[in-house]
Design a protein around this ligand. Structure first.
Ligand SMILES: [Zn+2]
Length: 233
């Protein structure tokens, strides 16, 4: 359904669109706040118009762009497909990561959010290598198994699976060129891998510490094989 800017500068649209908000992460309605005036649109005849909305959930401003379809005497018609100017950032529980890994993973996910898919692939490899350097020799094959298992469970095709595996774990100098579809799988595989390796392990360790605390010093506590917990990382 088209959007109209009327001669009196009224802003007309059907049902407000809903989008994932980059600020609060909620799938919320976009409430219109401001559009260019009818006078400016008629005078300058732009190809696109910028529109300001606010997120119904968190009230933060949301900037979108729409193609100008027709400029009439009574109203300007804008195309209904709104393009988001700000892209949603990928979210991650960074607090559980070591500092060096945190910084690299943030930049990796930012490359993905910007649509720079090959920069993203290059950073995926760098971040994975940096993380693995701190974890010892056995970690790489364990991480590789984890990723392959996730891709297998999700029935990801063989070509994408081998691309994701090569980007993250191959020993050559440069990761392969990736398509947007492969990048979409890679980002989920990467987040899952770092979640399992750092966030889940840290939460499990914290839960076990609480259990030991309440069990008290003298009570018999199921013994925890510390080495095997560490193995999870
Ligand atoms: Zn929001």
């Amino acid at each position: 359904m088209a959007i109209y800017v009327n001669k009196n500068n009224g802003f007309e649209q059907g049902e407000p669109p809903t989008r994932v908000c980059p600020h609060c992460g909620t799938h919320a309605q976009l409430i219109p706040v401001a559009s260019p005036s009818f006078e400016v649109l008629t005078q300058t005849q732009p190809k696109h118009a910028g529109l300001l909305f606010r997120c119904a959930a968190c009230n933060e401003p949301r900037f979108l762009r729409a193609a100008v379809r027709a400029i009439g005497a009574e109203r300007v018609e804008l195309a209904p497909n709104l393009v988001e100017v700000e892209r949603a950032r990928e979210r991650f529980q960074y607090a559980y990561l070591p500092d060096t890994v945190e910084q690299l993973l943030r930049e990796t996910l930012d490359c993905y959010s910007l649509g720079a898919h090959n920069a993203f692939a290059t950073m995926c490899r760098r971040t994975t290598r940096t993380a693995l350097r701190t974890l010892g020799g056995a970690a790489k094959s364990r991480w590789q198994d984890t990723v392959l298992e996730v891709l297998r469970v999700c029935e990801v095709d063989a070509v994408t699976t081998s691309t994701v595996d090569a980007v993250l774990f191959a020993d050559d100098d440069e990761p392969p060129t990736i398509t947007p579809d492969e990048a979409a799988v890679l980002v989920e595989a990467l987040k899952d891998l770092f979640y399992q390796s750092y966030v889940r392990t840290a939460k499990l360790r914290a839960a076990m510490r609480v259990r030991r605390f309440f069990a008290g010093e003298n009570a018999t506590v199921t013994s925890i094989d510390r080495e095997s917990w560490r193995e999870l990382a």
